[in-house]
Design a protein around this ligand. Structure first.
Ligand code: NAD
Ligand code: LMR
Length: 328
């Protein structure tokens, strides 16, 4: 058996943390041959609840769980970490503007980026889940100058999974038969779920997309506004599905994406598809040899181009806002 992988989870006492930690410890994220050592980061008020979760993890007697440490200091929490899941973030409160949220989260993701830079393992891989995920990832990456930028990613896998199910339901096929769906842009209501290159049980996604009323009136808004619909229905934001998506993202990143398919992730742009270099934007991606690669050569119609550009414009505005706050 290999030596344990250090996995740091921030916001460990939150609802996503509770849905995530047991799956990591049972081997669902890194594989059933890989032991893990959990490093949980919370704010001081969250430490007691994190200790309770650690007691429950112990009580599961997971054979792969090599240890659990709990911290309220980011520098200590990211020491030696190989996989960092940045879940803890300040949610938007009443009367808060986008700029206030970006500023509040800058207070979280700037020091966390610095701590990753200072002490994480050379192979560190970072997934930002806490919202606004793309721009929080940009803040963390900008404050970790010694870590390659492509090690910082933002989660759009939940949007991707949501899109797969909506397409499968529409076509009346199992979700496993839907491939090559893409989420472009920001993890926000401006995101563009794209089925034009999809394969739906052998039928081109473009054929489904011919029903413009369904595409523009049902499919795209259902996927893009699903987060708000869950909050409305549950009275709390998505947690188990978000944790599931985080597991999917890291598993595919480390172990590789299946042949003949791709997935979606917020990765640093190299200028592909006209997305400004350096933005963390969602693209169609495959993982080979432990690195994400942006799928190249897809043709975008004027309709798709307009949707991608609108979401990327929002990312540029967010980047400008955090530049003005001195966070990147
Ligand atoms: P939650 O409020 O239940 O838990 C958040 C936890 O983070 C709390 O325990 C809090 O104490 C902790 N925390 C706050 N600041 C911290 C810091 N500086 N360091 C460490 N821990 C800190 O929230 P949740 O439901 O678990 O959601 C967490 C985040 O994930 C939110 O920002 C939410 O909007 C986001 N989210 C993203 C996606 C996505 O698809 N990208 C999906 C669902 C939720
Ligand atoms: C989600 O997509 O479920 C989360 O990002 C929650 C939200 O605020 O939309």
């Amino acid at each position: 058996m290999t030596s344990p992988v250090n996995v740091t989870v921030t916001g460990a006492a939150g609802q996503i943390g509770y849905a995530l930690l047991f799956r990591i410890a049972s081997g669902q994220m890194l594989g059933t041959d890989t032991p893990v050592r959990l490093r949980l980061l919370e704010i001081p008020q969250g430490v007691k609840a994190a200790e309770g979760t650690a007691m429950e993890l112990d009580d599961c007697a997971f054979p792969l769980l090599a240890g659990i440490d709990i911290f309220d200091d980011p520098t200590a929490a990211f020491e030696g970490t190989n996989v960092a899941l940045l879940v803890g973030a300040r949610p938007r409160g009443p009367g808060m503007e986008r700029g206030d949220l970006l500023e509040a989260n800058g207070g979280i993701f700037k020091p966390q980026g610095q701590a990753i830079n200072a002490g994480a393992a050379d192979d560190v891989r970072v997934l930002v889940v806490g919202n606004p995920a793309n721009t929080n990832a940009l803040i963390a990456a900008s404050n970790a100058p010694d870590v390659p930028k492509d090690r910082f990613t933002a989660m759009t896998r939940l949007d991707h999974n949501r899109a797969l199910t909506q397409v499968a339901k529409r076509a009346g096929v199992p979700v496993s038969e839907v491939r090559k769906v893409t989420i472009w842009g920001n993890h926000s209501a401006t995101q563009y779920p794209d089925i034009f290159h999809a394969d739906v049980a052998g039928t081109p996604g473009a054929q489904l997309a011919q029903d413009r009323e369904w595409l523009e009136g049902t499919f795209i808004p259902t996927v893009a506004k699903r987060g708000a619909a869950i909050i409305d229905a549950r009275g709390a934001s998505s947690a188990a599905s978000a944790a599931n998506a985080a597991i999917d993202h890291v598993r595919d990143w480390v172990l590789g994406t299946p042949e003949g398919d791709w997935t979606s992730a917020g990765v640093v742009s190299d200028g592909s598809y006209g997305v400004p270099t350096g933005l963390i934007s969602s693209f169609p991606v495959v993982s080979r040899g432990g690195s994400w690669e942006i799928v190249q050569g897809l043709e975008l119609s004027d309709f798709s181009r307009g949707r991608v550009d609108a979401s990327v414009a929002e990312l540029q505005e967010e980047r400008q806002a955090v530049e003005e706050l001195g966070l990147v």
